[in-house]
Design a protein around this ligand. Structure first.
Ligand code: A2P
Length: 306
């Protein structure tokens, strides 16, 4: 992992600054995208049980790369996430084992609680009010800690947690969460949450760092980040694309990024972000473009339960 730019975690491990995101990656394309990424400098892949593509990520991505010796398993940082219908004590290990089996891994580098809400194991989709249950964070986190103790995962963390939810977790944990993975991009910078995480040595990883334009459920009233003229203008100055500026901005702010693409050229160019630095003046300009635009509507979808 030495050759790859990384961020330190609070347990002594490191996370690569740029991973391929696989949320909403099209079936029959996602596995190949993982393979392309790993052949072109990426050392990290972000997955989740809820993306329902972990088997293909393994079959078309990890398997050929590891079998052909292009990379060793230890050279790739693999993240997955516990889905919200598996947060009860009796479900956590089984869910993790299922993910490990699909990804063909003996261990995960990072396992995250995907959302702070919980559903019954057998739920309607989309969930109805009666599908939501109250699973105390202590119950789920104790099981997550056992996964570390038993060697199934190296690090544990959370995703989509608010400051209040992190405080609750910090008050009861034996093993501190290493990461809070959140929607973070130029239009949604979440400075208070990021400061709280920094103060508590919790690394923040940015999902949807490009503004999540491909999501059919994305809010339609939010402009396309990659076509936003002030960002396009900054990109021209550096002879880079708007996407590269968006990613580089987040990395300079201290966040690892998870750009999703299944297109070879974009996968490559999204990783071509380590040979330049955005000036402090332009960083300030980009900070000033925050619009508190959260594109992910899952919170409304979850009936505002979070
Ligand atoms: P595609 O997979 O067809 O390349 P995010 O990571 O913020 O969720 O954004 C992902 C969306 O942005 C997807 O629709 C993806 O489409 C698109 N995308 C990824 N990389 C680029 C890029 N370099 N330029 C333009 N669009 C991109």
């Amino acid at each position: 992992m030495q050759a790859v730019e990384c961020f330190p975690l609070n347990n002594g491990m490191y996370i690569p600054a740029c991973a391929l995101g696989t949320w909403l990656a099209e079936p029959h394309l996602v596995g190949n995208a993982v393979k392309i990424a790993l052949q072109n400098g990426y050392h990290a892949i972000d997955s989740a049980a809820a993306y329902e593509n972990e088997q293909e990520v393994h079959d078309e991505g990890f398997k050929p790369i590891f079998e052909q010796g292009k990379l060793l398993r230890e050279e790739v940082f693999i993240t997955s996430k516990l889905w919200i219908n598996s947060k009860e004590k009796s479900c956590v290990r089984k869910a993790c084992e299922d993910t490990l089996s699909k990804l063909g891994c003996k261990y995960l580098d990072l396992y995250l609680i995907h959302w702070p809400v919980s559903l019954r194991q057998k739920n309607n989709w989309p969930p109805q009010a009666e599908d939501f249950i109250n699973v105390p964070i202590q119950e789920t986190w104790a099981e997550m800690e056992k996964l570390v103790e038993d060697g199934l995962v190296k690090s544990i963390g959370v995703s989509n947690f608010t400051i209040a939810q992190l405080k609750e977790l910090l008050a009861i944990c034996k093993i501190k969460p290493v990461i809070n993975q959140c929607e973070l991009h130029v239009f949604n910078q979440q400075p208070k949450l990021c400061k709280f995480c920094a103060d508590n040595h919790i690394h923040v990883t940015a999902y949807s760092p490009l503004g999540n334009n491909g999501n059919p459920d994305r809010r339609t009233d939010i402009p396309n980040l990659l076509e936003y003229q002030p960002i396009v203008d900054i990109a021209k100055k550096y002879n880079k694309t708007a996407a590269q500026i968006c990613l580089r901005f987040l990395i300079q702010e201290g966040h690892s990024v998870l750009p999703k693409s299944t297109k070879e050229e974009r996968i490559k160019s999204n990783f071509d972000i380590f040979d330049f630095k955005i000036s402090e003046e332009d960083m300030q300009a980009l900070r000033g473009m925050d619009k508190k635009y959260r594109t992910c509507q899952a919170l409304c979808f979850f009936n505002g339960k979070s």
